[in-house]
Design a protein. Structure first.
Length: 293
């Protein structure tokens, strides 16, 4: 069954729960998906940075995508996030999930050491589009392999399957420039500390780590902005900014997992070289979560 919904709103980049031996805890993953859906999320993203997609292999990626589509695919759009260091690797990973009930692919540019040329970026997305019928969202997250606002426009013009871009980072001027180049409705915000401002500029929605830590509060912020409830939106923004201050920085996936575990969601350990949060980090996250009620 295909979900016929627009790609908009709060898409939660779910985490990948691991057991003590670092194997995937499939039951916990399914439970997390159900929790996210019950919190009112508008969609889910599997295998992104928050989901430690850089640390899982192709088989594990395919397993996670299959679990997600079978668990919530009839209710929510599911986006699969591909992080690979070559065009060949990205195509191979996309092929492993062909036939799944997916709404789109979120694809980061190759980024091992060297940044491709602009022509290389365009050719990368063109070749992915040639091998998959799914819409593509550029995953603009790699600091040394950035897709500039002008290049994003060129990629979208050259490859019609590229329908949107997820813009990560803290530079709001770059975000504003991106709005001018491709249109706000083609951007998913991942500026976790400034989502209200991104929504004000007309973002299609967000795919932000903070939504995995507090799905319901993030949905309430989105709804308040869209409903013109400025005071309520500002209040949620302020509370979420406290949470983001506790989450941001190094070891982010582990901190998001800690936030989830504090709410009764089994997440297990992060996969090495990430390490579990300290007691001090966990306490700070707990305090921030308590202010969301």
């Amino acid at each position: 069954m295909t979900v016929n919904r627009p790609l908009e709103g709060v898409f939660v980049p779910v985490t990948t729960p691991f057991l003590d031996d670092e194997e995937i805890n499939e039951k916990a993953f399914v439970d997390q998906l159900e929790w996210v859906a019950a919190q009112g999320a508008h969609g889910v993203v599997v295998g992104g940075s928050t989901g430690e997609g850089y640390a899982i292999d192709d088989d594990e990626f395919a397993t996670l995508v299959a679990l997600a589509t079978r668990t919530v695919g009839a209710r929510l759009p599911v986006v699969a996030s591909i992080i690979a260091d070559s065009t060949r690797g990205a195509i191979r990973r996309a092929a492993r999930i062909a036939g799944e009930n997916l709404a789109a692919l979120q694809i980061a540019p190759p980024h091992y050491i060297f940044s491709p040329s602009e022509e290389g970026f365009i050719e990368f997305y063109r070749k992915l589009a040639d091998t998959s019928p799914l819409p593509i969202i550029i995953y603009n997250v790699i600091s040394w392999a950035r897709i500039s606002p002008l290049l994003a426009r060129e990629v979208m013009n050259a490859v019609p399957s590229v329908i949107a871009i997820k813009q990560s980072g803290t530079d709001f001027q770059v975000y504003a420039d991106l709005v001018r180049q491709v249109g706000a409705e083609r951007i998913f915000a991942a500026n976790d500390g400034a989502l209200m401002s991104c929504y004000d500029l007309g973002a299609a929605g967000s795919i932000a780590a903070i939504a995995a830590a507090a799905p319901k509060a993030n949905v309430r912020l989105w709804n308040a902005v869209k409903g013109g409830q400025r005071r309520e939106a500002a209040a949620w923004h302020d509370k979420l900014l406290d949470l983001w201050s506790a989450l941001s920085g190094t070891n982010l996936p582990a901190r998001v997992k800690a936030a989830q575990s504090l709410q009764g969601i089994a997440t297990g350990i992060p996969r090495g070289p990430m390490i579990p949060v300290t007691d001090a980090e966990r306490m700070r996250i707990s305090e921030a979560l308590s202010r969301l009620h």
